[in-house]
Design a protein around this ligand. Structure first.
Ligand code: MTE
Length: 330
């Protein structure tokens, strides 16, 4: 990452007439990196216990499940024993441009965001398209604790204990057709509730996409909680996507629509800066961002470390990309 003094302060940067969207992630990373070291008063966070409608206890990832011995699931990769980032850091150092481009400004700006009731429409190439009320969506499978590394494209990282279930469980419900090759995701568009949607910082709503096999991979989850508490607004309440082997920007927040398609869907960051952010966005220390190295990362609260191929999930996911040129398909 470029040193901070090479970066235009964010306020100047955003006010420039000809500012390039492509640089926002870097500029805010540096500016808020500075703020991050300074702030110490935790803004209020939503610490409501995780909503568990009609479901038994949370399954912890280390725990053996009640599944019959014949249905053995490979649960490797579901947890890491690396020290977990504190709840305070996870909920006060955020990227959520609908609310703020300052990492420590997201929590206060998102504080009053009401995310219940909520609906998620699952549409497109499937036999049973459906609009799910959040309470029904949360009942589709028991939430499990997944302790994942999270690597942002800006070269910082965290270890986060999410609560959620594999996206495949939801997709199975709607019965995808064989013509469905991709899954497109969309964040809520409501400029009254998400104030930065009144600005042109990005094209709204925020959209993301996955190939079908990536979406069906057991590591890909819909998360509704952190540390056993409901997901706070700043982290993407009420429901967001987590794909632990990809850069954090693929993890779209506050999802309202999931659409099954034949063609690769557009994604917000690759549309804003196609030379800098690709559709795949697999964590790769050997493919630098055009403006900074991806070889190392700053683990929030825990120093600098080497970045791992596929963020350390190579064993689980490398086969999805066999034969693909990871430099071209970055
Ligand atoms: N989703 C939406 N809708 N808007 C965003 O600005 N930021 C992305 C991703 N999901 C973003 C989003 C980026 S760049 C990152 S690194 C992660 O959310 C950050 O998640 P966190 O704030 O919970 O750590």
């Amino acid at each position: 990452m470029p040193p901070e003094d090479e970066i235009t302060p964010e306020s100047t940067y955003l006010n420039r007439r000809n500012f390039m969207r492509a640089g926002i992630l870097t500029a805010t990373a540096a500016a808020t990196g500075y703020l991050y070291r300074r702030f110490n008063a935790p803004p209020n966070v939503n610490s409501v216990p995780l909503e568990l409608p009609d479901v038994p206890d949370l399954i912890t990832a280390n725990q053996s499940t009640t599944a019959p011995a014949t249905a053995i699931e490979d649960r490797s990769g579901f947890v890491t024993d690396e020290p977990q980032t504190t709840f305070h850091d996870i909920t006060n150092y955020n990227n959520y441009y609908e609310f703020s481009t300052d990492k420590d400004g997201v929590a206060p700006a998102a504080q009053g965001f009401i995310s219940r009731p909520w609906q998620v429409a699952v549409t497109g190439l499937c036999r049973k398209p459906q609009i799910f009320d959040l309470t029904d969506l949360l009942k589709i499978a028991r939430p499990e604790e997944r302790i994942y590394r999270m690597r942002c494209v800006e070269a910082w990282s965290m270890v986060i204990p999410w609560d959620g279930y594999s996206l495949s469980k939801l997709l199975d419900r709607v019965q995808p057709l064989s013509s469905a090759k991709y899954v497109a995701f969309q964040t809520l568009f409501d400029p009254k509730r998400m104030p930065n949607q009144n600005s042109g910082i990005l094209d709204w709503p925020y959209v993301e996409g996955l190939r079908m096999d990536e979406a069906m991979h057991p590591l890909t989850i819909l998360a509704s909680g952190i540390y056993g508490k409901q997901l706070p607004p700043q982290d993407g309440a009420p429901i967001r996507l987590i794909i632990p082997w990809k850069y954090g920007f693929k993890g779209i927040k506050s999802i309202v629509k999931i659409d099954l398609r034949e063609q690769q869907p557009p994604t917000t960051w690759s549309a804003a800066a196609p030379d800098e952010y690709g559709f795949y966005a697999n964590v790769n220390p050997n493919v630098d961002h055009p403006r900074w190295s991806q070889a190392t990362e700053r683990r929030i609260g825990a120093g600098v470390r080497d970045t791992l191929l596929f963020n350390g999930y190579e064993k689980e996911v490398a086969h999805l990309y066999s034969g693909m040129d990871l430099r071209k398909n970055f």
